[in-house]
Design a protein around this ligand. Structure first.
Ligand code: FAD
Length: 159
């Protein structure tokens, strides 16, 4: 099986889009990620998976903290900025949650402390112990499917 076939197959799993943010010496650094999952209710744990070449990897190792920001449907530009797909922009301002930088306008902002890390292949899983969260019930999520951004449409009623 080649890499393209694997990527195409995994891309059939529709996900939301998050921006993971950490801060080192007062400098926030963000990265777009869809490898995010809720892990445990008691204690409250989440996991993110970060590629070995991502600059944010060593920053999270250093700070031992990160936030997960689930993007809203009108935040495709934000996703593109933090995926390095949009180089020309006016900068990004951050809000704060429990002292940590979060993305304004995200549907959900979750602040975490790293409770464990596991290297698997070319990615590192960071398990985050949730320290705080903020939820905006009124927004719809941005969706990523087959390598493209998508939007939820109204459910088709069952006949
Ligand atoms: P950098 O190149 O350091 O940063 C990425 C971009 O964010 C740069 O353009 C940088 O200028 C900008 N940026 C960072 N901080 C700030 C700031 N404070 N203010 C303004 N701009 C800033 N990769 C994974 O490892 N795991 C995943 O789960 C994952 N999922 C993805 C899902 C989607 C939908 C997409 C599009 C990409 C995904 N990626 C994932 C790829 C990842 O987002 C990119 O490879 C990313 O560019 C690598 O991050 P980095 O820390 O090396 O980035």
């Amino acid at each position: 099986m080649d890499d393209r076939q694997f990527r195409n197959a995994m891309g059939k799993f529709a996900t939301g889009v998050t921006v993971i943010v950490t801060e080192v010496e007062g400098e926030p650094h963000g990265m777009t990620a869809n490898a995010f999952m809720s892990v445990s209710l008691s204690p409250k744990l989440v996991v993110v998976s970060i590629g070995e070449n991502a600059k944010i990897l060593n920053k999270i190792k250093e700070s031992q903290k990160f936030t997960v920001n689930i993007l809203a449907s009108d935040q495709q530009t934000v996703s593109m900025i933090f995926a390095g797909q949009l180089k020309e922009h006016d900068g990004v301002a951050f809000d704060r949650l429990g002292g940590q930088p979060v993305v304004p306008g995200a549907i959900v902002q979750v602040s975490c402390e790293v409770s464990a890390e596991h290297v698997e292949g070319d990615h590192t899983f960071f398990i985050g112990k949730v320290t705080d969260l903020q939820l905006n019930e009124d927004s719809e999520p941005l969706i990523f499917y087959c390598g493209r951004y998508r939007f939820l449409s109204e459910e088709t009623p069952i006949a």
